[in-house]
Design a protein around this ligand. Structure first.
Ligand code: ATR
Length: 270
């Protein structure tokens, strides 16, 4: 039996053990996956203990994704771009850091939601870790434009600057207030405002007809989701992204791509 785990703090609420158990059963993989609560100042020690005990790989969640980035001795291109690691692979003489979050977001949109990003006007709200993690995978889908807007405009500007080489002129930044008069086919909320039940000061009209409004949080209806629904947008939460980033990690570890449809259905309680 191969051992995997998710490291977080807190971690008791994590859906990952359930998701990976469903993937393993479905694909007949002989593996075990547990949640490990790492002390806030003891992430590295906790991971090293798991490696010593024979762990094959791990997921990393809040607040350790940057610590995992530093711990890795090798990084994939998408982990480098994200500046964070959510998936670790323990090899003979290396700790490989990967990031499957952005791939999970893109796959959820394309496969589960049937939404194609190519040529679309895309607005990404937020400039923290969650936003950074999805920029490169979004650019790879060749949107018509990608605007990053953030409460602190300087942070959005920095984020845009760090991707100019990959962006071929389609990436720009904006403040919330200067979004007035613009509209988008896809609006992604990568801020953590929903966790605090906070409202984003978004101007009316950013949701173009037929727009998809994507909230990266899950498990609650946020003010962003209510606002978007009122504006006539199609609304999605981040549960599909959660399942798809897990599927991508499972694929990296096991070389098998699980069927996410029944897993997502089970998580939604349908
Ligand atoms: P995460 O890893 O979830 O991205 P983070 O790196 O702390 O967490 O980033 C949080 C993001 O949510 C930031 O873009 C933050 O905006 P600021 O950079 O201006 O702080 C955004 N955010 C959080 N609460 C917000 C609120 N009430 N209104 C607008 N933006 C908010």
């Amino acid at each position: 039996t191969d051992h995997y785990a998710v490291f977080g703090n807190p971690v008791a609420h994590s859906q990952s053990p359930r998701i990976h158990a469903l993937f393993a059963r479905q694909s007949g993989q002989d593996m075990r996956y547990e949640a490990i609560l790492a002390p806030l100042d003891g992430f590295e020690q906790s991971v090293r203990g798991f490696i010593t005990a024979g762990g094959c790989g791990a997921n990393v969640t809040v607040p350790f994704k940057e610590a995992a980035f530093r711990l890795a001795t090798q990084l994939t291109t998408r982990a480098k771009a994200a500046g964070a690691v959510n998936t670790l692979i323990f090899a003979e003489d290396a700790i490989v850091g990967d990031n499957t979050d952005g791939a999970g977001l893109v796959r959820d949109m394309q496969t589960n939601l049937g939404f194609s990003i190519i040529g679309k006007r895309v607005l990404l709200l937020g400039a923290g870790g969650a936003a950074r993690g999805v920029v490169l995978p979004l650019l790879h889908e060749e949107p018509g434009s990608l605007v990053i807007a953030n409460r602190s405009a300087g942070k959005a500007m920095k984020l845009v600057d760090s991707f100019t080489d990959d962006a071929h002129g389609i990436l720009s930044c904006s403040e919330f207030s200067t979004l007035a008069g613009q509209s988008f086919d896809l609006v992604i909320n990568a801020t953590s405002a929903g966790l605090a039940n906070a409202e984003l000061p978004l101007p009316d009209g950013i949701f173009a007809p037929g727009c998809l409004a994507y909230e990266m949080l899950y498990g609650r209806e946020t003010a962003f989701m209510r606002r978007a629904a009122l504006a006539g947008a199609r609304v999605a939460d981040g549960l599909g992204m959660l399942v798809e980033q897990a599927a991508e990690a499972f694929y990296v570890w096991r070389g098998v791509r699980p069927d996410t449809v029944p897993v997502l259905r089970e998580l939604r309680g349908a």
